[in-house]
Design a protein around this ligand. Structure first.
Ligand SMILES: [Zn+2]
Length: 256
């Protein structure tokens, strides 16, 4: 999956992402890091990539931080933030807290620049949370035919069950805020807030049945941070805004 395949990406962002891709190829060669090009498959059979700090059987014992980008395919700034976080982790691999990272979960939606996946499902309404509901106001929030119907979501659910991450982070773009579900995630949410100047919110401001926050925190007691970059933000501002927060979360050994 080429990260630059989204047709809505401004040319400058596309160039920046291509440079990052070229760099990451060389960093992969230099660093012993886990890369699973076919970690999972989308509903249309497209491979979904996963990167991790340790071999996956080792990682299971290490309570990793799990970060997702591109849950909604029309939010390329969230993919950019995930990608830049990955570059940081690759370069600091030995010092970082154990982690796993999926740059683009909704690979088919990302190619088509749609919020929903290849089957028209909003992945952040499809989690098999107790709150899942078939009701939805607009097609773009279609939660799927039943809870956890989508392979992209099934892959995340399986990962959570097997790895018991200590923290889930997913990167979006809409209105600028850092949404945190779960008190144990608040310290890290405030690090992102301090870094970005965005406010921490306990709720996004409207009901999100079947979302990762609902499934992660309310059903499984794993804190979930949802980063919302401003939709209209300039790509060049995204990483400077969040870099310090990400560094503190992943690289500060004193908090574990
Ligand atoms: Zn989103």
């Amino acid at each position: 999956m080429m990260i630059t395949e989204n047709p809505n990406i401004p040319p400058k962002l596309a160039v920046a992402l291509k440079v990052l891709q070229a760099l990451s190829f060389w960093v992969i060669l230099l660093k012993p890091m886990i890369y699973e090009p076919q970690w999972a498959q989308s509903s249309l059979g497209t491979p979904i990539e996963l990167y991790a700090s340790h071999p996956l059987d080792e990682l299971k014992k290490l309570k990793p931080i799990f970060l997702l980008g591109g849950v909604h395919g029309d939010e390329p700034l969230g993919v950019l933030l995930a990608q830049r976080t990955l570059e940081l982790l690759k370069s600091e691999d030995k010092k970082a807290h154990p982690w796993a990272l999926v740059p683009i979960l909704n690979v088919d939606g990302y190619k088509k620049n749609t919020r929903v996946n290849g089957r028209g499902v909003d992945l952040n309404r499809n989690y098999p949370a107790q709150s899942w509901s078939p009701e939805h106001e607009k097609e773009r929030y279609y939660p799927g035919p039943h809870p956890g119907s989508e392979p992209e979501v099934q892959a995340v659910v399986k990962f959570i069950a097997e790895f018991q991450p200590r923290l889930l982070i997913h990167c979006h773009s809409w209105k600028p805020m850092v949404v945190c579900a779960g008190e144990p995630g608040m310290k890290d949410a405030h690090r992102l807030a301090k870094s970005s100047g965005y406010e921490v919110q306990a709720e996004i401001g409207y009901p999100t049945p079947g979302s990762l926050s609902q499934f992660g925190w309310f059903d499984n007691r794993i804190p979930v941070i949802c980063i919302e970059e401003a939709d209209e933000a300039s790509p060049k501002d995204v990483w400077p805004r969040f870099e310090n927060g990400m560094r503190e979360i992943f690289l500060d050994p004193s908090v574990r």
